[in-house]
Write a protein that binds this ligand. Structure first.
Ligand code: ADP
Ligand code: ASP
Ligand code: MG
Length: 439
């Protein structure tokens, strides 16, 4: 058995779904479980519609109509017009409720955004039937059991694995289709795994059914040596380790959701990133231990919209408990810290979620001075070789000699070197580093 996950662009139209059907058909004897994202940019649109509704903007109904027409158009001739229409009727009722309530709660956000994958998976399943692929549709909310942290739910693995096991035993078709991203609590309330979460669904299912491989089909040839939205023209990484992939994903390589490799590590299942437009390309193979690369690093990831928080206090000198006090505040406001640098009297750290920043600043200001600098970015060089090949840091700094590096951290994991630069220096920094290490 294998899991094959197809992202938004891979199912963005009837034509794209046609390509998916042929890719799946060619691998049918491996008994694929096909996990699909919402079509194209549907999730973004659903979230926008929800927000508009909560603000009482009636235009949202016109947007919803457009989204319905798009889905009806792309699924024309599959015999599921009635089903698509009824899904959109439910959605319209929900949106109407938001307009009355004037509020978009996390629970309502999940209810609305879940329709993207619910509808796309029905359409893909119907398409498979039309194409003569014997498939079965699972409602993901019946198999992916999560806690109730809406918009960022955590799977409850034992319950999920038990459901997958019993569903798998009953599966009477060689191909299964299900939506990614969504799940439900034990009480049956719809949840989502966070943006980009369909990759995570794929690996949860892969681990649950003991798949021999988890395939992530997307719109690029694999993990590239640089984020193509920042520096086009990077090379395909042929293979990398779970640890390297996790680090790259965490530091911004959107091609993989950061949690994806965790279930794969646990069950030691290889993950392969593939291009649904160019299925003949071998993609990137992610395994526990990858053959060493010829360069010190595998790839450069970037995280934009980073805020730098500088905390200075002379009271910190020779004192203890200072860091604990700072981190307790970030923790209480559920704000993750990415990078950290400390000296005797100061701490600099970076965050990307600034939702609670004003409150955090107020609390820290009771015992230290705080300054905040927006519009920064993290550049993260990742490779298991970093710890083995001496002189890598020297090459990084030589490559960046004309750029003001604001913060540096050679990760505790020893497989990354992370740097903070101003957002305006990001492109230049990645270009210089890529030239130094890959050209
Ligand atoms: P999907 O809809 O298939 O899940 P995503 O948009 O979530 O696709 O992820 C694929 C995108 O990730 C690529 O189009 C690319 O812009 C971006 N990306 C960022 N960093 C990398 C990288 N290092 N290698 C490949 N793609 C990357
Ligand atoms: N459709 C969801 C999103 O856009 C999940 C995914 O595509 O992975 O975030
Ligand atoms: Mg994605």
């Amino acid at each position: 058995m294998i899991v094959m996950k197809f992202g938004g662009t891979s199912v963005e139209s009837a034509e794209a779904i046609g390509r998916v059907a042929e890719i799946v058909r060619a691998r049918m004897e491996r008994r694929p479980v096909v996990v699909v994202s919402a079509m194209g940019k549907t999730t973004n649109m659903l979230l926008e519609i929800g927000e508009m509704a909560a603000k009482g903007k009636r235009d949202c109904l016109a947007y919803l109509g457009e989204l319905r027409d798009f889905h009806l158009r792309e699924s024309a001739g599959l015999g599921i017009e009635k089903e698509v229409n009824s899904q959109f009727k439910e959605l319209k009722a929900l949106v109407g409720g938001l307009m009355v309530m004037n509020e978009m709660t996390p629970r309502a956000t999940d209810a609305i955004s879940s329709y993207g994958e619910r509808i796309s998976s029905s359409i893909v399943n119907a398409f498979f039937h039309k194409a003569g692929i014997p498939s079965l549709h699972w409602d993901s909310r019946c198999v992916i059991v999560t806690d109730s942290r809406h918009m960022q739910a955590t799977p409850l693995f034992p319950q999920t694995y038990a459901k997958l096991d019993s569903y798998m035993k009953m599966a009477a078709a060689p191909v299964i289709v299900m939506g990614g991203f969504i799940g439900a609590t034990e009480d049956g309330v719809t949840t989502t795994l966070g943006r980009g979460g369909s990759d995570y669904t794929a690996s949860i299912v892969g681990a649950g059914i003991g798949a021999e491989e988890i395939q992530i089909w997307t719109d690029v040839d694999g993990m590239l040596t640089a984020d193509p939205t920042i520096l086009p023209g990077g090379y395909r990484v042929e293979t990398c380790s779970f640890a390297e992939a996790a680090e790259l994903a965490y530091f911004g390589a959107k091609v993989l959701h950061p949690a994806t490799v965790l279930p794969a590590i646990e069950k030691n299942i290889p993950v392969r990133i593939l291009n649904s437009r160019r299925p003949e390309v071998e993609g990137t193979l992610i395994v526990a231990e990858a053959p060493p690369s010829s360069t010190p690093i595998r790839s450069i990831a970037c995280k934009k919209n980073i805020t730098l928080v500088n905390i200075v206090s002379t009271r910190m000198l020779m004192a203890h408990g200072f860091l604990r006090r700072i981190f307790e505040i970030f923790d209480r406001f559920e704000t993750p810290v990415d990078m950290l640098a400390t000296s005797e009297v100061s701490v600099s750290l970076t965050i990307d979620n600034t939702r609670a920043l004003a409150a955090i600043r107020d609390e820290i200001q009771e015992f230290a001075e705080v300054s905040i600098e927006e519009s920064h970015a993290i550049v993260c060089l990742v490779g298991e070789n970093i710890r083995k090949i001496p002189g890598t840091a020297a090459r990084v700094f030589t490559a960046l000699k004309d750029i003001n590096v604001r913060m540096v951290s050679q990760g505790a994991s020893l497989l990354n070197i992370s740097l903070v630069v101003a957002a305006s220096d990001l492109h230049g920094a990645v270009e210089s580093l890529h030239r130094e290490f890959f050209e």
